[in-house]
Design a protein. Structure first.
Length: 321
């Protein structure tokens, strides 16, 4: 297996507002940034697919007076090592268990968006004893990111076609890198319902699709998305079994979502039915499950409205101390 390092493609990166650091975890070198006093309680922020640590910058500034905040690049994104063929929940979770042990060194609140929220769920179930004392699942596609979930639609009835497109035209690991070809292929390879939804969600005045990859995609290995669509990412980590082993209080924030009544296709991260099953399983462990609905909020609350995000998670975290 060949691992790509940040130095192998240094030209893609841009500077950000916090100093970046790297720790060697064995197989990978993980990139991260820190804000806040080390005497404060610790919080770990886990990005979504395609998002690097700097997606949390605005939220970090607001959190830093209450927490020492660590925001990471997972393997396959940002300056962390790109590792072909090694993308799965157990692998991501193991990276962060070692990160908490080697870098943070004390109990944390773990917060993750989207697939990062699924990894936060993994940590809330399987982290080493004493590492995690609470978990935030920010619009996490539990069940929905599996190919054959126990309940509700799967990744193949949701964002899966977009992951396949990225993997075909931009990867694996940018070995093709044909962004113009990908743009031209979208009309052929993305279902009409998804194209229409993407147009509805595009910011006003953007003037159509970008002519070059946005920075978050420039820092992302599309092989990671393929691992989810193919089922490799979750083959050894069934969500239902995982959630039966949660050991800490959970906050779930649920954002915009809609299931097309004609096709059953999911626009959004997770359905109401799937969230109800998550609640049932977490509460079945004896831990609390707090649900907060934000039906008008885009997928990334911490990026779109960091003040609401910080107010929501800090109020909840304070209530469970």
């Amino acid at each position: 297996m060949t691992c790509l390092e940040a130095a192998d493609h240094a030209e893609i990166y841009v500077p950000h507002g916090y100093p970046e650091q790297t720790v060697d975890l064995g197989e990978i070198r993980m990139n991260y940034a820190v804000a806040g006093d080390p005497e404060l309680p610790a919080m770990l922020l886990i990005p979504a697919q395609t998002e690097s640590w700097w997606g949390y910058e605005a939220a970090m500034r607001l959190l830093a007076d209450r927490y020492q905040v660590y925001a990471v690049d997972l393997r396959g994104q940002g300056r962390s090592t790109w590792t072909p063929g090694r993308y799965g929940l157990d692998v991501f979770g193991g990276d962060l268990v070692r990160f908490i042990d080697r870098v943070i060194g004390r109990p944390v609140v773990v917060c993750g968006l989207s697939s990062g929220g699924v990894i936060a769920a993994w940590l809330s179930a399987f982290a080493a004893p004493g590492q995690v004392h609470a978990a935030v699942y920010e619009d996490a596609p539990l069940f929905a990111s599996q190919t054959d979930p126990a309940v509700g639609p799967s990744i193949r009835q949701g964002v899966g076609p977009m992951f396949r497109l990225w993997h075909k035209w931009l990867g694996p690991q940018w070995t093709i890198g044909d962004f113009a070809g990908m743009q031209a292929a979208m009309g052929r390879e993305i279902p009409g319902w998804m194209l229409a939804a993407l147009l509805r969600m595009a910011p006003a005045g953007t003037g159509g699709p970008p002519s070059a990859p946005p920075q978050d995609l420039r820092e992302y290995d599309p092989e990671w998305g393929d691992a989810f669509v193919s089922g490799r990412a979750t083959v050894n980590c069934d969500h239902e079994s995982m959630l039966r082993q949660v050991k800490v209080p959970v906050l779930f924030t649920h954002h915009f979502h809609h299931v097309d009544p004609d096709t059953g296709q999911l626009l959004g991260a997770i359905t109401d039915l799937q969230v109800r099953r998550v609640r049932q399983l977490v509460e079945g462990t004896g831990n609390s499950f707090t649900y907060r609905a934000f039906p008008e909020m885009p997928h990334s609350m911490h990026g779109h409205d960091p003040a609401t995000y910080v107010a929501t998670i800090t109020a909840w975290a304070g209530s469970i101390r």
